[in-house]
Design a protein around this ligand. Structure first.
Ligand code: ACO
Length: 331
């Protein structure tokens, strides 16, 4: 049996917001933002929602896979910024694209969300429950950002990426002898560090509570703690995944990491003793889109012809929760 990604797609809002635009909002500079994060501009929604961006990305992924929406078995949307609690975003996507035969639900593992959703889809397929899935990472974080907080507003952007994943009964071997597969996945969480990166939705409120609690609805972050977590945990979980798969860093063609920060990615490459050229990046143009960064980058690489059949790719996500994961696939 082979499980493979046969289509990718992405969707970004039209509006570009540069570091110079942000200089008009908060006390910051293009130089500070580029040096500390690697980000030059990001896309910001002026009306797109998590569901509409997801649906656009899904349509492109389905077109590439040569499938119709009716053929989709499962829709998983990884998001931490849905506009609506009910119905879930995946059901809204089902409605927009007309995937009337799919089961659909959301999953929130923040910046690791796409990977956790991809792993979930793989497990459903390995169990023979579904034959295919649309796996989506989609965020409109701009509504969760306090645009007067220079510590966070410079980091994030909006966008969505999708992958269509299919199972087939036969094994597929590429020219380099590698079998198309998901070789292994590692997932982990550390809830004790949850408040390092948080965003409240609403407090407990009902007819039986006299004193109302006021909460900030915006993202709160201890940047240095997130940095320490990412640079320690990501290399560790990639090593764990490689060990499980019985391979080494040299056997990997490409590392598709969550695009939070250039310095984090450079540090991970250094700790893994891997050449930085194996770590494609696009965050200079689109910033950190949480669960959307990995599928958007994957789509960019796929459409740009930078992924060949038989390439071994390690995807790794890390973020609020705290959550982290690494998945090794052969394309
Ligand atoms: N422009 C100018 N100055 C700023 C800005 C800004 N946008 N933001 C903060 N500063 C100032 C601070 O106020 C502080 O000033 P002070 O010394 O006068 O108090 C100074 O810069 C240093 O602040 P630090 O927070 O110590 O800056 P640091 O070097 O840690 O960089 C950053 C901050 C970029 C957030 C860094 O901690 C980081 O990369 N952390 C990882 C967090 C991350 O990537 N989060 C993304 C979301 S989580 C995820 O996706 C996994």
């Amino acid at each position: 049996m082979t499980i493979k990604i046969t289509g990718t797609g992405s969707a970004l809002p039209e509006k570009k917001v540069t570091n110079f635009d942000l200089q008009e909002l908060v006390e910051t500079s293009d130089e500070w933002i580029r040096e500390r994060t690697g980000i030059a501009e990001r896309r910001i929604s002026t009306g797109d929602t998590v569901a509409t961006l997801s649906a656009k990305a899904c349509s492109k992924a389905l077109e590439m896979a040569g499938k119709t929406a009716e053929e989709v078995d499962l829709i998983l949307v990884a998001t931490c910024s849905p506009e609506m609690l009910l119905p879930c975003c995946a059901c809204q996507v089902q409605d927009i694209i007309g995937a009337s035969n799919a089961a659909a639900f959301d999953l929130n593992a923040a910046c690791s969300g796409f990977l956790f959703a991809l792993n979930t889809a793989y497990v459903y397929m390995q169990a023979g429950i579904y034959k295919n899935a649309l796996v989506i990472g989609s965020e409109v974080l701009s509504k969760l950002v306090d645009w007067s907080d220079r510590g966070t507003c410079v980091l994030f952007g909006d966008g969505a990426g999708a992958a269509f994943v299919e199972a087939s009964a036969e094994d597929i071997f590429r020219d380099n002898g590698r079998k198309v597969s998901m070789e292994c996945m590692v997932q982990g969480s550390d809830g004790t560090k949850g408040m390092v990166l948080s965003c409240a939705e609403r407090s407990v409120d009902n007819a039986f509570i006299a004193e109302k609690q006021t909460i900030s609805p915006y993202i709160q972050m201890n940047g240095q703690e997130v940095y320490k977590f990412a640079t320690r945990q990501v290399p560790a979980c990639i090593h764990e995944a490689l060990d499980k798969a019985g391979i080494t860093v040299e056997d990997v063609d490409m590392f598709v990491l969550h695009q939070a920060n250039v310095r984090i990615i450079e540090s991970v490459a250094k700790r893994l003793k891997a050449d930085i050229s194996k770590f494609p990046m696009n965050l200079d143009k689109i910033g950190n889109m949480s669960s959307a960064t990995i599928p958007v980058l994957l789509d960019e690489l796929n459409r740009g012809g930078r992924i060949q059949g038989g390439d071994r790719i390690v995807m790794s996500g890390f973020g609020a929760g705290l959550t982290y994961g690494a998945t090794v696939i052969v394309w």
